[in-house]
Design a protein around this ligand. Structure first.
Ligand SMILES: Nc1ncnc2c1ncn2[C@@H]1O[C@H](COP(=O)(O)OP(=O)(O)O)[C@@H](O)[C@H]1O
Ligand SMILES: [Mg+2]
Length: 607
């Protein structure tokens, strides 16, 4: 039973995570793609490499000085002859310490700089990518994985890559010294050491897999806790406490076992590290003494040999760890580049045309027309929208009515090119929107979405999102139009922080801020996707009163469910099954169209 459950957890992790696919195909070559980010710091990186290698080589030379000391002054009982050699050893020691300190500084600096460059470019990449990309990728996974991937890369670039190279150099240098001191014994040491590398690598892999699993389980537990805290009302009222506790206990137990096996692996690894080199040391000492007695090795050389051999332990064992780190870095890089490589098909035209300059205030907004517009989601088999023809006159307000799932939200998202049409063309003042610069298009079209998102920022910053330079008077006007006067009663007025990290607002309050954001600066085209759905009838009427003032001059497309919102519009377009099936005045449609009557029947018709 427990096993079944754990299998289930594992497979659900895979299916949940589209990023895992990247791990399989990654090869070392992927790392080369990091070069553009490394290049600005290449001087540092080469410097680090040289310094790290130098420090390790200096460290390896010291035993040779010791050998001289033993075979020379010590064997001859020559105190005076000792000083120069001791001086040299001391000098090496100081040099090593200095090089070590320098390398650490250089590493930290460049690794952090590279990480922050990558992070910035990644963020920019995410922002640049179209909505369709974000539809496909779960945002939580994307962000959590990416923070982990970036720190993996930082560790790799700043530490592992350097030691990978430095280690190889040092292993070669030390082996060369050992072979020079005593060829047979030197080569035997090399052969005897190999199992250590293999063993270290084996434990490394095992540990990584276990650590990954523990981390996933940890994430699951955190999610359970978060969900049960956020959903406490639902859980209590549906009497789900006992059941949830059982699930939680199960998860928690799996985590405990995962942590346990992680520690078992570690314990075995340290046993290997603790004992195996001792065996080699015993062998080296034994055969070394034999060699000394046969005069193929001097006493000093034997001491040097043993010391050097001991210095080989860490570089060799850490190769397993470095190889694992390299693999992780390869996977992390592959995942980053999945995002960098995702093509953004919604881009600025090569030669953008300009809209006619904004007309003096009080003049009508722009004309918005849809000509034979169709839209299909990537991978879908049927069109979500098809044959959409709609012409909205300058200054006209068009309501968009349709059943849930009819495609209203999709249609509104086409206007600011959050998605691009699959066929047909959308024009603003006669210009196809694909010929406008994206910035100009989005400055001209102002949108309030169904689900109003507030960012962790002040009320004012949230309203002025699209026009940070807006004057206080404009903000105040937008607040008034949207009937969002409640913001003045917040603890710090318009400077109160809202959103995820701030004060949480009710659905209706957030909708009104979204409306204020959309109407700020009197855009030429206003697109409102059911902006008043969470408002009570009284507040709704007030917001409509405010909106009326804006709608006189602005061209607007307003998704509406209630007759009261529809009444804001000059004409209504009825969307059904992805097509515009009727366009006309509210009164006429009520009289002539059964679907329209049905859709609006729940709401009291005031007309
Ligand atoms: N990201 C998406 N991928 C695939 N299909 C989608 C996506 N978003 C919406 N749809 C589908 O498109 C259709 C229209 O959705 P939408 O425009 O949101 O309807 P509504 O009229 O309620 O606003 C629905 O059938 C919906 O399931
Ligand atoms: Mg919708």
């Amino acid at each position: 039973m427990a096993d079944e459950a754990s299998i289930e957890t594992e497979s659900s992790h895979e299916s949940r995570d589209p990023l895992v696919a990247a791990d399989n195909e990654a090869s070392m070559r992927v790392l080369l793609r990091l070069w553009p980010w490394l290049r600005p710091y290449r001087g540092y990186l080469i410097f680090m490499l040289v310094v790290a290698t130098a420090a390790m080589i200096v460290q390896s030379i010291v035993p040779l000085v010791t050998a001289r000391l033993i075979d020379g002054p010590i064997a001859r009982h020559d105190t005076a002859g000792m000083y120069p050699l001791v001086g040299v050893a001391l000098l090496f020691g100081v040099a090593e310490a200095l090089l070590f300190a320098i390398r650490r500084r250089a590493m930290t600096f460049s690794a952090l700089a590279i990480e922050s460059d990558l992070r910035r470019d990644f963020y920019e990449g995410l922002q640049r990518l179209p909505v369709s990309f974000h539809d496909r990728w779960p945002s939580g996974q994307l962000l959590s994985r990416v923070t982990a991937d970036l720190s993996t890369l930082r560790r790799f670039v700043g530490f592992m890559a350097v030691f990978f190279v430095a280690n190889i150099v040092v292993i070669v240098v030390i082996l060369a010294m050992l072979v020079r001191l005593h060829p047979v014994l030197g080569l035997s040491v090399l052969v005897a050491m190999l199992p250590l590398v293999v063993g270290a690598r084996y434990y490394e892999r095992r540990y990584n897999a276990e650590a990954r699993r523990a981390q996933d389980l940890n994430g699951d537990l955190a999610t359970s806790v978060e969900e049960s805290v956020l959903g406490i009302r639902v859980i209590k009222s549906f009497g789900r406490r006992a059941e949830l506790l059982r699930t939680f206990t199960g998860d928690s137990d799996r985590l405990r076992r995962a942590e346990l096996s992680k520690n078992t692996t570690l314990a075995q690894f340290w046993t290997l590290i603790g004992t195996y080199p001792q065996l080699i040391l015993a062998g080296v000492t034994f055969f070394g003494i034999v060699a000394v007695s046969r005069h193929s090795l001097s006493t000093g050389e034997l001491v040097a040999f043993i010391t050097l051999q001991l210095r080989l332990n860490w570089p060799l064992m850490s190769m397993g760890w470095l190889m694992a780190g390299t693999e992780e870095a390869v996977a992390a890089t592959a995942r980053l580049f999945e995002v960098f490589d995702s093509v953004n098909d919604i881009t600025d035209p090569a030669e953008p045309v300009a809209l006619p300059t904004a007309l003096p205030t009080g003049q009508p907004g722009a004309r918005l027309s849809f000509e034979g517009v169709a839209f299909r989601f990537p991978g879908a088999t049927v069109d979500t929208l098809s044959h959409v023809d709609l012409d909205i006159e300058p200054g006209e307000t068009m309501a968009l009515v349709g059943a849930t799932g009819a495609g209203k939200t999709v249609l509104t998202s086409l206007v600011s090119r959050l998605h691009d049409v699959t066929a047909g063309v959308i024009r603003i003042d006669g210009r196809p929107i694909t010929e406008l610069a994206l910035d100009e298009l989005r400055a001209c079209v102002s949108v309030a979405f169904e689900d109003p998102t507030l960012f962790s920022a002040s009320v004012r910053e949230n309203i002025a999102l699209g026009r940070p330079a807006a004057a206080d008077a404009e903000i105040a006007e937008a607040i008034e139009i949207a009937q969002a006067g409640f913001v003045y009663d917040l603890p710090y007025g318009v400077h109160t922080r809202v959103g995820e990290q701030g004060l949480s607002l009710s659905g209706g309050q957030r909708q009104r801020l979204a409306v204020a954001r959309a109407v700020l600066g009197r855009p030429r085209i206003l697109v409102l996707d059911d902006p008043l759905s969470a408002l009570d009838v009284h507040t709704e009427a007030q917001v409509e009163q405010g909106l009326r003032r804006v709608l006189v001059t602005t061209t607007a497309l307003i998704v509406a469910h209630r007759a009261s919102t529809v009444l804001l519009a000059d004409r209504v377009a009825l969307l059904d099954g992805g097509r515009i099936v009727a366009v006309g005045r509210h009164r006429d449609l009520l009289a002539s169209n059964r679907l329209y009557r049905e859709l609006l029947s729940q709401a009291p018709a005031v007309a």
